[in-house]
Design a protein around this ligand. Sequence first.
Ligand SMILES: Nc1ncnc2c1ncn2[C@@H]1O[C@H](COP(=O)(O)OP(=O)(O)OP(=O)(O)O)[C@@H](O)[C@H]1O
Ligand SMILES: [Mg+2]
Length: 442
Amino acid sequence: MIGQLRARRAAGVILRMIQKGKIAGRAVLMAGAPGTGKTAIAMAMAQELGDDVPFTSIAASEVFSLEMSKTEALTQVFRKSIGIRIKEETELIEGEVVEVIIDRSVSGVGSKTGKLTLKTTDMETVYDLGVKMIDSLNKEKVVAGDVIQIDKSTGRITKLGRSFLRARDFDATGSDVIFIIYNYIFFYTNFDFLRDKFVQCPEGELQTRKELVHTVSLHEIDVINSRQQGFLALFSGDTGEIKPEVREQINQKVSEWREEGKATIVPGVLFIDEIHMLDMECYSFLNRALEDVMAPVVIMASNRGMSTIRGTGNIKSPHGMPIDLLDRLSIISTTPYSTSEMKEILKIRAVEEEVNIDGDALDILTKVASETSLRYAINLISTSYLISQRRKSSVVEVGDIKKVYSLFLDEKRSVQYLKEFQDQYLYNTQTPDQPGMEVEST
Ligand SMILES: Nc1ncnc2c1ncn2[C@@H]1O[C@H](COP(=O)(O)OP(=O)(O)OP(=O)(O)O)[C@@H](O)[C@H]1O
Ligand SMILES: [Mg+2]
């Protein structure tokens, strides 16, 4: 990212506090003019968070949906942003396959049975196989010499690799050097016959216990446990409203897990863009929700100055948010870019969009950005590229920028145009005594 140093430093401080788990329930507002990088900074923060910390991003307007109430929609995004890190001990069987024997009934139909012999360096055991296990062994194409892992509770089979002991059968030297070389070749080639990695035959007992740690969001637990939805709803995303009783039970369960040391809470981040689109009811919900013991960090962004709070009639407030909520926010402000910063940003965008722009054209584009807006100029990059391609050139030149500048209006010119030709539009309400476009000034 370019410039915006103060805001980025502030974001960095917030990020470190989030990672240390120190500021759950706190909220941050990013305030600044359009196109000053508020959304960009929030997204950059999300990338730094790591896989384990949940991050949810919405535009405030998404809260207003027909499927659920505003508060339900907000509750869901809050709970999506709180992770529960669960420790689970699972029992595994891990060993090298000595042989797999599958007996098919004479007719070819009916149930199959079979036997699986597994060994470690210290022991060997024969297991009876059911139909389900036979199917999964077939699916994983397990053969003698594979090292496999079976999850005892789910029956899931994972192939860990080919046993190196087997490989050594064919190798007179039998040294560990060969082991390393095999794996080296495995990583650096795509040869089919080397598709399986070589691993050592497991040592000790066939049965082992392993501690698995995984993080799920509170919302995922809600959905899985709500009877009408079931876990399939997680894939369709069609979760509907979740009953408060379900949530209460889940909260209860989670706090039990915490006491037993089975789970810890990972407060994540909820990003609400265009926060001024929320109304008074939502703001009051936010105020309360931030006080909950299980609250995420909420980052908001707004480009509004003094404006009406939605749902209040005509109460004006900074950023269009109620003062009591504003009071509990840490506010990061983004400042307009200098010309040279704009140029750098445009350059980066061009590279990202794989557009080649020559120096003069970039200068003109920067000038356009400073006179209109950065957003407008960014939009011209791809369109001017299309124009340059029509000329069969792979480089965008000054002429292409001029052309798209005349084809697409920026906001100022569009307003100008409207003013000049207003009587030709439908629904024109701008009469001398009733200023239509300036709603704010009534
Ligand atoms: N410092 C920066 N470095 C690189 N690119 C940037 C920077 N700031 C903004 N941009 C780019 O400029 C464009 C506009 O930025 P962004 O969408 O973050 O603005 P915003 O502050 O969220 O505006 P709005 O208030 O209109 O939502 C984006 O394409 C973004 O990638
Ligand atoms: Mg934005």
